[in-house]
Write a protein that binds this ligand. Structure first.
Ligand SMILES: [Mn+2]
Length: 196
């Protein structure tokens, strides 16, 4: 019962000890969930907000994506805002759901090597109600999902190694190609779905 493989690259902005990005992923028999949050600004307050959001998701992994976003938003009242992306793969309905609020991205790659970047909702989570969309698409076998914060550049996302089947190769190639110091906190999560 293990349909998903995950590899993560994470590095703090040059000169910072701590990365303001937080993430979490988990697979159960029914589904896979991955969330990535980037606290606005940098340093410890940024980390605090992104951790709040990730903890809410950890505690509520069975909730639908829409509810998760709402719960996260509520907990950010009086805190620094954060941007957030959530991916859920549902094994029963054979579909996946994505919602991203603000500048944190999700890219899907199908077996036919079609790359698609999901369109994020504008803004960020900061405790006030805002409209957002959750997209739901049919799941295809042997898909890659790439989740990334804004330390990853658009140019980097065009590289061919994102088609790789081994998630470790994706994150290691990314690390190798970005030896220069990062200008922003950077997290790149490579997810591979494969089911026989
Ligand atoms: Mn950032």
């Amino acid at each position: 019962m293990n349909r998903v493989k995950v590899a993560v690259f994470q590095e703090a902005k040059k000169g910072n000890n701590e990365c303001g990005d937080s993430y979490f992923y988990s697979e159960t028999e029914n589904e896979f969930i991955c969330a990535l949050a980037d606290g606005l600004g940098s340093g410890e307050f940024a980390k605090e907000s992104s951790e709040i959001v990730i903890n809410i998701i950890k505690e509520n992994i069975n909730s639908p994506v829409e509810e998760l976003v709402k719960k996260c938003n509520e907990k950010l009242i009086g805190k620094r805002g954060t941007v957030l992306a959530i991916l859920k793969i549902d094994y029963h309905s054979n579909s996946y759901s994505i919602s991203s609020i603000g500048n944190v991205g999700v890219m899907t790659i199908t077996r036919g090597n079609t790359k698609k970047r999901s369109i994020p909702n504008a803004g960020y989570l900061a405790g006030f109600n805002r409209k957002f969309q959750v997209i739901q698409e049919p799941l295809e076998n042997e898909m890659n999902f790439i989740m990334y914060t804004d330390g990853v550049t658009s140019k980097e996302l065009t590289e061919h190694y994102f088609f790789e089947k081994e998630v470790e190769r994706i994150t290691k190639t990314f690390a190798f190609k970005s030896k220069d110091s990062r200008k922003d906190d950077t997290t790149l999560i490579a997810v591979r779905y494969e089911h026989n």
